[in-house]
Design a protein around this ligand. Sequence first.
Ligand code: AMP
Length: 385
Amino acid sequence: MALATETGPRARTARFGDLEINADIARAIDDLGYMTPTPVQQRAIPILQRGRDLLAQAQTGTGKTAAFAIPILERVMPGAKRPQALVVVPTRELAVQVTREFGGLGKYRHSREVAIYGGVSYSPQDRALQRGVGVVIGTPGRLLDHIERGTLDLQAIEIVILDEGDRLLDMGFAPDVRRLLRRCPKDRQTALFSATLPWEVRDLAQQFTRQAESLAIDPDRQNIETVEQLYIEVLEKDKVRALEELLGRYEFDQVLVFRHTKRGVDNLVRQLKQRGRKVEALHGDLSQRERERTLDAFRRGEIPILVATNVAARGLHIEDISHVVNYDIPEDPDTFTHRIGRTGRMGRPGVAVTFVGEWDFDRFDELREKAGVPFRREVLELYAG
Ligand code: AMP
């Protein structure tokens, strides 16, 4: 990776892609195996490094946590007694996850951070706060409890992050978040990250940020550009054989196949199983538990092929999907974008194959135009000669 540490008497910095960041953090990034900054990191880090407020539209999976953790870690004094940075999150799971990311990125900075959330005893949190931490990551209710009890002091806070702002508001935390922000010094820096920007989120940003810069990252849109797009003209009746041919032709880790209907999914799974393939179905008729079990097995690589309806197209984060197959053509360009967004994550190469059946030409033309990316046509052996 491009990581040339600069030498010199001043603070040591190093490059992370186009970004200039603290050398100790760059070393930790290297250990974590991040090769280049993601788009949200590329855009948010310089803004936060300049001390500006920020309203960022970015979903989980875009690398948003490191986008705020890196500039915070650069700023927090190692060995700080009172917290200098506050990250407010909607759930305890997110608190734990964000704290872990700070731990990983800050390991050569000797940074100290603590996760503060409800449903567990106060004493370990009290002890950590007493010992002194630079960064506090917590859910609103428990953070306020600590303030009331006098165990959390926000007077030295220099930067506040509201993470997953839309979820904070959906979960009814708006009054708590407002209360927390009023407890922080007025001259602090504030950044709000949110997957969506409904008016309530904008309102919160309006009220608690000053001349905020804003940016929006659409993860699926961003992926579409790193994914190689192929299309194959195939008669409806030949699609199973076409899929078999593709499975034989490409080396793949994990392939996600999309169909319109639950019945279509079940049919295809049955046919592939008959042909000896390891494959499972994912759709809305399965119980939550069944779905999770299937997804886990797919994530672990035990099942190489998953056939799904669109329920699987949103929010799924699996790193190794090398191929997405639109077995049935997507209903509209948005569905297409979301389906394709499952592959090529984090800049990894991915291939998306769209089957264009005998009735799909008009829809495919529209889709191709709206997607605005090049499609390459592939011809099946099946039809050769
Ligand atoms: P997040 O959107 O913050 O939940 O991050 C999603 C995942 O991407 C996490 O597992 C991070 O560890 C990982 N990640 C963050 N930044 C990068 C990067 N620049 N390159 C590769 N992976 C990253």
